[in-house]
Design a protein around this ligand. Structure first.
Ligand code: NAP
Length: 303
């Protein structure tokens, strides 16, 4: 049986290591979360983030400008937050309503308050190998791989997906760990063949169960970032998720076929329960690191 790379114990370790660092600061770190409009999924993500802050002793401020907000109004909010001494980190929940220029808004966040690590200055720091806030999902995946002692140095890593929030920063972080990295995407000529070369395969595509037996080298470690909701019983059954469907009326599946990965891989992250729990933990880690930079507090604990 392959090893299951569960995210929950990794999250617990990340959060435990943040606690003494928060104590050391002399004041609570502060995270501002900007949620524009009423999208229910975004609302739930924001509630989860605020709860994680409360559990850890991080001050959070939720700002909820209306759905009809303009880019200029958002830029004013960001400017105010950039100047607030009690706010160390700013997160703008995506997606924003269509009339708002998301890029301008994200780039208006001061790089030293960039909770998500999306600002081009911080992407540049990642490229240059300098410390800076890092994109939370790929940073969480590095923590997952390290926790389970998956060797990266000198190994072949293949990342499927080249988004700014997962695929690209993931590839850079694996490179920083001395993996030999290939990035694949929708125009890659022979995706199964590229993937089969991987010791570590990261799937960040958003296409349910696309990665099947053919894509996975025997003995590979497979990390599944995708999260897609399956809403028919037949599809859930086909993917081995019949029980989940019967219990919840829906089931979650990743980009990796859940039955294939169990057959072929040496280790894999499950969906749900693998990568998912780590993203918010890394948001908390970024917030604490930024607060340390703002207060001049020395880091008392690594990680
Ligand atoms: P995205 O922005 O839509 O990017 C998807 C990437 O996959 C693109 O680079 C695209 O290639 C590539 N792709 C699409 N179809 C492909 C195919 N048939 N073969 C090869 N590559 C293909 O998505 P994202 O934001 O990176 O997210 C990816 C998945 O991760 C989604 O399911 C998302 O929900 C999930 N996610 C989960 C978490 C978490 O915390 N668990 C966090 C973030 C995202 P092109 O560039 O050529 O179009």
């Amino acid at each position: 049986m392959p090893q299951v790379l569960e995210g929950t114990p990794v999250r617990a370790q990340i959060l435990d290591r943040l606690k003494p660092r928060i104590q050391n600061l002399g004041r609570p770190p502060g995270l501002a979360v900007v949620l524009v409009g009423q999208d229910p999924a975004s609302g739930q993500y924001v509630r989860n983030k605020i709860k994680a802050c409360a559990d850890l002793g991080i001050y959070s401020d939720k700002l909820t400008p209306p759905e009809t907000s303009t880019t200029e109004e958002l830029l004013k909010i960001i400017d105010t937050l950039n100047h607030r001494a009690d706010i160390d980190a700013i997160l703008v929940q995506m997606p924003l309503p269509k009339q708002i220029d998301s890029r301008r808004v994200l780039e208006a966040i001061s790089p030293d308050k960039d909770a998500d690590g999306f600002h081009p200055v911080n992407v540049g720091h990642l490229v240059a190998g300098r410390p800076a806030p890092r994109a939370c999902t790929p940073a969480g995946i590095i923590e997952l791989l390290k926790y389970y002692r998956v060797p990266l140095d000198g190994r072949k890593a293949v990342v499927v997906g080249r988004s700014d929030i997962v695929g690209k920063p993931m590839a850079l972080m694996l490179l920083a760990e001395n993996a030999t990295v290939t990035i694949c995407h929708s125009r890659t000529a022979n995706l199964p063949q590229e993937c089969r070369a991987a010791d570590i395969l990261i799937a960040a595509i958003g296409k349910p169960a696309l990665i099947t037996d053919d894509f996975i080298a025997p003995g590979a470690t497979v990390v599944d970032v995708g999260t897609s909701r399956i809403t028919t019983a037949a599809e859930a059954e086909r993917l081995g998720k019949g029980e989940d469907f019967a219990r919840n009326g829906a089931a979650w599946v990743g980009d990796v076929h859940p039955l294939s990965v169990k057959r072929v891989a040496a280790a894999y992250s499950p969906v749900p329960g693998g990568v998912g729990p780590l993203t918010i933990a890394m948001l908390m880690a970024n917030t604490v690191s930024l607060a340390e930079a703002h207060t001049g507090a020395a880091r008392s604990t690594a990680g």
